[in-house]
Write a protein of this length. Structure first.
Length: 82
């Protein structure tokens, strides 16, 4: 059985909505859309694939950081879901 907390639609902050679209949506969907955005805009670091180079929109989501790794990204994105 799927983890229902993971599937529960959450409210998306306006900063995050600029990247993934308006919620509510489950966390899994947010992460999926984040990766679509990252790949579409070529923001994954070419040398270290675990790092994401933030553009202006992602910087707002990442608390002003210009580079975050995948694991940190998940934590930072959580702050924008309620």
């Amino acid at each position: 059985m799927a983890n229902s907390a993971f599937m529960k639609p959450l409210k998306v902050s306006s900063d995050l909505a600029a990247v993934v679209g308006n919620g509510p949506m489950p966390r899994s969907e947010v992460v999926k859309k984040l990766w679509v955005y990252i790949k579409k805009n070529g923001l994954q670091d070419s040398k270290n694939r675990r790092n994401i180079n933030a553009d202006a929109n992602l910087k707002k989501v990442f608390g002003g950081k210009s580079v975050v790794n995948m694991f940190e990204m998940t934590k930072l994105v959580s702050k924008h879901l309620s």
